[in-house]
Design a protein around this ligand. Structure first.
Ligand code: URA
Length: 237
């Protein structure tokens, strides 16, 4: 790993600050040798010292939570409690940010992490990350609904502009039940898409996001996940 990333993570400073510190402080040592090159490659067993203190590399943490209804995806409690109340370890709770949003009445998969690059990768509209929802609606689905969602429907977005949704996959399971897979995350998107085809969503649960799925995690439970080394390396370069 590059030295500036190691320093940035272990001291909790930005990458830019870490680069300046390495170049200018004369206080960063790797195996007792002062290093001024931010791109110096730190090996697994190297000892990194700053101001005579042994630095520990802090790994990022990734959590997969099965959100219940009645909790909000905000780091603070508002009208409803924050989903962070469901994380029992204080030390973890204080580090976490929420990857995207689910409505207060939506259940299902939400990711939490302290890794800003991961949040960007999962939520950037350019990345087209698939999100699969289980949906129950007020009136029976029609075959035409599959085509409408495939071709895109018009919704009103956060800026009150008309927006045509990207290609989405509707899999009808029963008359009023389906899975819907979308690759974007506009505010209330699934509910608005259903409104566009004359339906009201009565129950909504997110089953998966990208490569992550709920498995047999119960509502309200969470687990710490080991988040794909290969991806992490990609954005550390
Ligand atoms: N779409 C919605 O309408 N609500 C959610 O919570 C998530 C996606």
């Amino acid at each position: 790993m590059r030295l500036y990333l190691y320093i940035s993570k272990s001291l909790g400073i930005s990458r830019r600050e870490a680069k300046i510190l390495i170049k200018e402080s004369n206080d960063v040592f790797v195996n007792k040798e002062v290093i001024k090159n931010p791109n110096f490659d730190v090996a697994k067993n190297d000892k990194v010292i700053y101001k005579q203190k042994d630095l520990q590399y802090i790994e990022n943490v990734y959590i997969l939570l099965n959100k219940p209804k009645g909790y909000i995806c905000s780091i603070k409690d508002e009208l409803y409690p924050s989903i962070l109340n469901l994380i029992s370890e204080d030390e973890l709770r204080n580090r976490l940010k929420i990857v995207g949003r689910l409505d207060v009445d939506t259940e299902g998969l939400i990711l939490l992490t302290d890794d800003g690059d991961f949040i960007h990768k999962m939520t950037s509209p350019k990345k087209d990350v698939e999100k699969k929802y289980y949906v129950e609606v007020d009136t029976a689905y029609l075959k035409e609904d599959i085509i409408s969602f495939f071709n895109g429907v018009f919704i009103i977005d956060e800026n009150k502009q008309q927006y045509k949704t990207k290609k989405a996959l509707l899999e009808i399971i029963e008359a009023n039940k389906a899975y819907l897979t979308i690759t974007e995350g506009k505010f209330h998107q699934v509910k608005k898409m259903h409104k566009a085809i004359g339906k009201e969503v009565l129950f909504l649960k997110r089953e998966s996001v990208g490569e992550f799925n709920l498995g047999n995690l119960k509502t309200g439970q969470y687990k710490i996940i080991d988040c794909c080394q290969k991806n992490r390396r990609n954005y550390e370069i």
